[in-house]
Design a protein around this ligand. Structure first.
Ligand code: SF4
Length: 225
C-alpha cells in the first residue's frame, strides 16, 4: 500500500524516530486532524454496532436509525425531516420507509396540520423493535463510563458545541439541543453543579444533562424588524 501524503486523510503518517527530540512528532497534522481521526474511529465503532443490531431483523442501519428516530418523535415525522436528520437524500429515506412499511413497522398518514404532507409513525411492532434497537451496546456504554463525571461533562460540552456548529452550517439536520432552545438559560445560577436553567421544565441542571435531541426543544422566536 502506498503511503498517503495528503495531510487531510484519516491515516496518520509514520513517526521519524531518532534524535530524542520532538522532531519525531513533527508532521503536517494539526490538532483538528487528530480530533477528526479520533471521531472517525468512534464513528466506525458506532456504525459497526448499528449493523450488528439491525442485521438480525433484516434491516440496514438507515432503517434502524429511522425506527430509533421515530421513537423520539411520537407525533410522527415527515419524509423530508427524516432525510435531513439522517443526512441522507430524500429518495433514500423514502425507500427505507417503504421497506419498513412493508414489514409492518411504520405507517404513513396525512398530517392533521397539513393534508399535503405525510407523517410517518411507528406501528406497535415498530415501537417495540425501535425500543430494542435504541439501546446502546453495553461495551460502548462501559467505554464512556471509563471517563469520570468531570471528563464526561467536558466531552459533552465540546460535543454540544460541535453539533450546534454543524447544524448551524447545514452539515447535519437542525439540532434539538439546549444550546439552540428558547427555554435554555445558560449559567443562570451560581451553583457550579447546576448552573443552567430550563424554563420548560422549570429546573436547574448541569453540563451532564445538556440535551442534544430533546423532545421539548423549541427554536427561539425570530424577531421581526
Ligand atoms: S426544553 Fe429541552 S432542549 Fe430546551 S432547555 Fe429544556 S432540556 Fe434543553
Amino acid at each position: 500500500m502506498t503511503e498517503s501524503t495528503d495531510p487531510r486523510t484519516a491515516s496518520e503518517p509514520p513517526l521519524r524516530p531518532g534524535g530524542g527530540g520532538s522532531a519525531a512528532f513533527e508532521d503536517e497534522r494539526t490538532p483538528q486532524d487528530r480530533i477528526l481521526v479520533g471521531l472517525s474511529k468512534i464513528g466506525t465503532a458506532i456504525r459497526s454496532s448499528a449493523w450488528t443490531a439491525a442485521a438480525p431483523h433484516r434491516l440496514n442501519p438507515t432503517q434502524g436509525q429511522i425506527l430509533a428516530l421515530l421513537l423520539r418523535r411520537p407525533a410522527g415525522s415527515g419524509l423530508t425531516e427524516l432525510a435531513v436528520q439522517l443526512g441522507v437524500k430524500q429518495p433514500t429515506a423514502s425507500d427505507s420507509v417503504a421497506t419498513l412499511e412493508t414489514k409492518g413497522l411504520v405507517s404513513k398518514s396525512p398530517d392533521p396540520d397539513d393534508a399535503r404532507r405525510l407523517l410517518v409513525t411507528l406501528t406497535n411492532e415498530g415501537r417495540s423493535l425501535a425500543g430494542r434497537l435504541s439501546t446502546w451496546p453495553p461495551e460502548l456504554v462501559e467505554t464512556v463510563d471509563t471517563l469520570d463525571a468531570r471528563e464526561q461533562a467536558d466531552l459533552l460540552r465540546s460535543l454540544v458545541t460541535v453539533v450546534r456548529a454543524m447544524a448551524d452550517s447545514g452539515q447535519i439536520g437542525p439540532a434539538r439541543a439546549c444550546a439552540t432552545c428558547r427555554y435554555f438559560e445558560p449559567d443562570a445560577n451560581a451553583d457550579d453543579d447546576r448552573p443552567h436553567y430550563c424554563h420548560f421544565a422549570q429546573a436547574s441542571f448541569g453540563d451532564l444533562n445538556l440535551r442534544l435531541d430533546c423532545l421539548d426543544h423549541e427554536a427561539p422566536e425570530v424577531e421581526t424588524p
